[in-house]
Design a protein around this ligand. Structure first.
Ligand code: AHR
Length: 520
């Protein structure tokens, strides 16, 4: 039987765009156990003097996360940030309507900024444009970024933070298109509110960068039309347009093949967002280009949400939980257990993300810990790297540089997105280190594929490292008892392969191929 072959061409002379470090960002929401017992657990053996879990911080540092979005998500649209500052004993317990939980406010804005400093990342804040006012958004920027001498900035100083936080990235609300969002608006009303909020926020601090809440859910009738409408009003006032993308295979609803092919749907999704941006830029005859902020992306199987597929979101006015009683404090909800298949799918999505490096300049894996996350912690217990931790770690480590154009010629498979080549790949050139890295997903479920790389204009190349994520059981998950069921492995590079151009991609595998190149 002859081997399946994939021919892959990538050329140094055809750059797509530089990978922005901020595409390796993440997201923490006051939701379930993300904050409480994820980031913060006073009394835990790993807790520092502020109650921050040092084991979580260690992994966040290992992942090299530059920016963390906070405090939501749907949560932000019910949140009064002033509840979360000042002496802890005075902070109110509130009903969080978004997730039907009780928020103690024990961990708040100042704690989050302190946590970010310790974890080596920058905070990215979302303001509540659902149930709160534009004035409150201005006050929040003043509290965070104004040096002092005014009510809110002096309050920050009184709360122990003399230096302003200089928070640069601000989201103007969250998923405001969705009927499930508290204070959901139609596009016209959102545009008016966001415009006025942006005006005030920039008056307080003209250096901030603003992200408008774009459309995310393809099943909503407003999809993309929302973007067109809001961009026509907001074009001069914003720097990024946000979109979210989650992919699910709940109870195998789409099946292995289609789930793995989610990278194709993310590509369509990002093209859609970009088309709306390009349309409005052209229509308004603007020089300025607005970038895409994919500030929530992940695989999410909705394990404990009463929904069978994303389409059902259209009629929803709330996220219904099954695993928690209403009004618990930090309930264990949305605690997805990620399998090898989920990790491969996430690896595929990351290839698409990188291919859009010319326009996607911020991306936040949603979320960071416990809630649909690559990291799981136990209350008063240990910490676990889920299967999805590894592809995220590897792109964050090695996808630094310029993405170049590439083409693949390979046998095809049938998916719900049409016929696709069995190998999906992207190439990143790190000029400083004279390295080229190819990330390649082999979707073939039966056979290994021989991968031929033609790397134009890189000079003499040599394969230095081949890392593979694969396994015999697609449903395998890492657990506290068996934390290493799904981990990447290093492949021994054969003498022939070291020359660089021919290597085997095991069936159903996500691969990192690292080549040294000649200096130019
Ligand atoms: O990340 C979980 C939720 O997904 C967020 O709160 C919301 O923005 C999205 O729908």
């Amino acid at each position: 039987m002859s081997l399946k072959k994939a021919e892959y061409f990538a050329d140094r002379e055809f750059p797509i765009g530089e990978v922005d470090d901020k595409v390796f960002s993440s997201f923490t929401e006051h939701l379930g156990r993300c904050i409480y017992s994820g980031l913060y657990e006073p009394g835990h053996p790993e807790a520092d003097e502020q109650g921050f879990r040092k084991d979580t911080i260690k992994l966040v540092r290992e992942l090299g996360i530059p920016l963390v979005r906070y405090p939501g998500g749907n949560f932000v649209s019910c949140f009064d940030w002033t509840d979360s500052i000042g002496p802890k004993k005075n902070r109110p317990k509130r009903m969080d309507y978004a997730w039907a939980s009780v928020e103690t406010n024990e961990f708040g804005l100042d704690e989050f900024v302190d946590w970010c400093r310790k974890a080596g990342c920058e905070p990215m804040m979302a303001v509540n444009l659902g149930t709160d006012s534009i004035r409150s958004a201005g006050y929040l920027v003043e509290y965070c970024n104004h040096p002092g001498g005014t009510y809110w900035s002096d309050l920050r100083i009184k709360n122990g933070h003399k230096e302003p936080y200089h928070i640069k990235y601000w989201c103007l609300g969250n998923e405001m298109e969705g009927p499930w969002q508290a204070g959901h608006l139609d596009a016209e009303d959102y545009a008016k509110k966001a415009l006025e909020a942006a005006k005030i926020m920039r008056w307080v601090d003209p250096t901030i960068r603003l992200i408008a809440s774009g459309s995310s859910y393809e099943m909503l009738p407003s999809y993309l039309e929302w973007d067109r409408k809001i961009l026509l009003e907001l074009y001069d006032s914003i720097d990024y347009l946000s979109t979210h993308a989650y992919y699910m295979n709940k109870n195998n609803s789409v099946g292995t093949t289609n789930f793995l092919a989610s990278y194709k749907q993310l590509d369509t999704h990002l093209r859609g967002t970009q088309s709306a941006l390009d349309f409005v830029q052209a229509k308004l005859r603007k020089k300025k280009t607005i970038q895409i902020c994919l500030d929530e992306w992940n695989v999410w199987n909705f394990s404990d949400i009463v929904l069978d597929n994303m389409d059902d979101l259209a009629g929803m006015t709330t996220f219904k939980m099954t695993s928690a009683q209403p009004w618990e404090i930090a309930p264990s909800i949305l605690e997805e257990k990620y399998s090898l298949l989920d990790a491969l799918t996430l690896g595929g999505l990351s290839i698409t993300l990188l291919k859009h490096s010319d326009r996607v300049k911020i991306a936040c894996l949603a979320q960071l810990v416990n809630v649909i996350a690559p990291i799981t912690t136990k209350r008063n217990g240990g910490i676990l790297k889920q299967s999805t931790y590894y592809p995220f770690l590897l792109i964050s480590k090695y996808a630094r540089g310029i993405v170049v154009k590439s083409v693949v010629r390979a046998p095809e498979y049938e998916s719900m997105y049409g016929r696709l080549p069995v190998v999906e790949a992207v190439t990143v050139h790190n000029e400083k280190e004279n390295m080229v890295t190819i990330f390649a997903l082999n979707c073939d479920q039966q056979e290994d594929v021989e991968f031929h790389a033609e790397l134009g204009h890189f000079g003499k190349i040599a394969l230095k490292q081949h890392i593979v994520l694969d396994g015999s059981d697609l449903s395998a998950c890492n657990t506290f008892q068996h934390p290493d069921r799904v981990v990447p492995r290093e492949v021994k590079i054969g003498a022939g392969e070291a020359k660089g151009l021919r290597t085997m991609l095991p069936k159903l595998s996500w691969n990192v191929l690292r080549y040294s190149t000649e200096k130019k």
